[in-house]
Unconditional design. Structure first.
Length: 349
């Protein structure tokens, strides 16, 4: 695992707001962030609340809103399906119409092979980012990488291996979506928040490695269940950890010493602050052409194995899940036969 510091803090000279419907930007303080989150249950409460509290505790005023759709794809949200933080329906342009934000945190559905084949994620990510940049020319979009369900919380090694293999592909998604911004002289950017890999590496640390204070359960399963509630959604503590990951990624600051929420055990929360302060995990970043070549050469086959086990079988049973995988393999080969140069990471500009 490689470590990288969080992304450099953004300049906030133009302090923008606009969380209410049709509200106009207003100044909110000497250092401020206006953040929009676009996602589903993996980016749900209490993560936005914890992120806001972390920023405010470090002296940053924050105004935020969101577009939330349960189980939604990025395409669905770009086209306007979802609700804001108060449960009101959001409009077109991913909920950004008529509003200005300096930061977008956005995620996609978590079944990686299917996302690349059928969701048009790179183009949709760029489309939403361009809408963000239209309101703030120095805005930064952070692609928050989603994670697959754990097939066995009593033995998370297969899941950890899957997330380590998936991480470079998710990086390619964000890299491809923003590949031409600098060349065009634009100051906006698309970056990655490696949430999936960060969660996988933390679980590896507490179940296989040196551990962290307060994270030793009676069994591997009990330890994992401190962070993951069912098979995919974070616990209260897991959500706080992911908020720390986002905080470090978007500010470049250490969270050590910031106030711990009252509903968390202080020892565990402080241990997570110390752990995140060491740096975020970073997967090797292949270029988009290399990613596409790997896909055409069957580079997703190992990921499909895990997806069938963790996603297909629990939902559809063994036979239907295996049949679905065979059908998708035929569709994939048909696509490559018709488009031998198929490249879901082709630059969007």
């Amino acid at each position: 695992m490689h470590l990288r510091p969080g992304a450099a803090a953004l300049a906030a000279a133009a302090c923008l707001a606009g969380t209410g419907a049709a509200s106009a930007p207003t100044a909110v303080g000497p250092e401020a962030r206006t953040i929009f989150l676009s996602g589903h249950s993996l980016l749900d409460h209490p993560l936005p609340d914890d992120l806001a509290a972390l920023l405010e505790a470090s002296g940053v005023a924050i105004i935020w809103d969101r577009q939330h759709g349960a189980g939604s794809s990025l395409r669905e949200r770009v086209e306007g399906a979802g609700t804001d933080r108060d449960g009101r329906p959001t409009g077109p342009d991913g909920g950004l119409a008529g509003r200005a934000y300096d930061t977008l945190i956005v995620t996609e559905q978590h079944v990686l092979p299917a996302v690349l084949l059928w969701n048009d994620t790179v183009r949709q990510l760029r489309r939403l980012h361009d809408r963000l940049a239209a309101g703030h020319p120095q805005a930064v979009t952070y692609f928050y990488t989603p994670w697959m369900a754990l097939d066995d919380k009593g033995d998370p090694r297969r899941w950890i291996a899957y997330e380590r293999a998936a991480a470079p592909i998710w990086h390619c998604v964000a890299a491809a979506a923003g590949s031409d911004l600098a060349a065009k002289g634009r100051r906006d950017r698309i970056e990655t928040v490696p949430a999936a890999l960060a969660l996988a590496e933390l679980i590896a640390r507490v179940t296989e490695g040196a551990g962290l204070p307060g994270f030793t359960g009676a069994s591997v399963r009990e330890t994992v269940e401190l962070l993951v509630a069912d098979d995919v959604h974070p616990t209260r503590l897991g959500s706080y950890y992911l908020a720390l990951v986002v905080y470090v990624a978007i500010t470049g600051r250490s969270p050590v010493g910031l106030r711990v929420p009252d509903d968390l055990a202080p020892e565990r929360a402080r241990a997570l602050q110390d752990y995140v302060a060491q740096g975020l995990p970073e997967a090797a970043l292949p270029d988009p052409d290399t990613c596409a070549a790997q896909l055409r050469a069957g580079g997703l086959d190992a990921l499909w194995d895990y997806v069938e086990r963790a996603h297909g079988r629990p939902e559809h049973g063994f036979l239907r899940a295996h049949w679905a995988r065979l059908r998708q393999a035929v569709q994939r080969r048909w696509l490559l036969w018709r488009q031998p140069d198929w490249n879901p990471f082709r630059p969007t500009g």
